[in-house]
Design a protein around this ligand. Structure first.
Ligand SMILES: CC(C)(COP(=O)(O)OP(=O)(O)OC[C@H]1O[C@@H](n2cnc3c(N)ncnc32)[C@H](O)[C@@H]1OP(=O)(O)O)[C@@H](O)C(=O)NCCC(=O)NCCS
Length: 179
């Protein structure tokens, strides 16, 4: 039986990341970065950098991890919009990012992480979540669409890889409309 079939029958545990998760968290994140298709991130992270990131999360930020059989297979980070550090007027906006190990995609692990993130976001009084997705990342667009995100615009050639430009779709979801 392959790894994917095992994953289907295994329980998925969602919990907040702690600094000692840094190595497996970096491993999942780096595996997606090295696929070079789904994220604007181009440089991998060391375990030390990831440990510092987890330690440095502010009280209104969280990293959730998905564990299957004691292995971290997915992560999601929710944090205040970057501009919120400069103004009180954007404290209601959060951003998220999701990275699932390629062997564990399509099993609702992303959805389970998002449920934890949305619950956390509501507790922290965020009213909307926004995200940028590479325009050709059809799986992510469908994933976020299924979660209630609406596409609100496109930034043309917003990402420049060594060999190509990519457009970026802006998506948002309001947490205050009963969804
Ligand atoms: C996008 C991603 C986070 C989704 O997580 P996931 O655990 O695979 O998602 P789920 O199983 O909860 O939901 C998968 C949904 O994606 C869609 N999907 C699944 N496989 C797909 C495929 N091959 N092509 C297009 N859409 C697909 C389906 O709509 C599915 O939902 P549904 O079957 O309930 O309708 C994950 O695939 C991933 O980490 N991809 C690489 C990194 C990435 O793109 N991150 C987001 C960047 S902004």
């Amino acid at each position: 039986m392959g790894q994917i079939e095992n994953a289907i029958t295994m329980e998925v545990i969602i919990r907040k990341a702690v600094p000692s998760d840094a190595k497996p968290v970096a491993s999942v994140l780096n595996s997606v970065i090295l696929e070079a298709r789904y994220t604007a991130l181009t440089n991998t992270f060391t375990a030390e950098e990831e440990r510092d990131f987890i330690k440095g999360l502010c009280p209104r930020s969280a990293m959730f991890v998905a564990e299957v059989g004691n292995q971290i297979v997915g992560i999601q980070v929710i944090e205040p919009d970057g501009l919120a550090r400069y103004t009180d007027s954007m404290q209601h906006v959060a951003t998220i990012g999701t990275w699932i190990d390629a062997n564990f995609r399509g099993h609702q692990i992303g959805r389970s992480l998002a449920e934890a993130s949305f619950t956390f976001a509501k507790t922290e009084n965020f009213e909307k979540v926004s995200i940028q997705v590479l325009a050709d990342n059809t799986r992510a667009l469908r994933f976020y669409g299924n979660l209630g995100f609406e596409q609100i615009g496109v930034a043309k050639k917003h990402v420049k890889f060594e060999d190509r430009f990519c457009d970026v779709f802006y998506l948002e979801k309001f947490l205050t409309d009963g969804s």
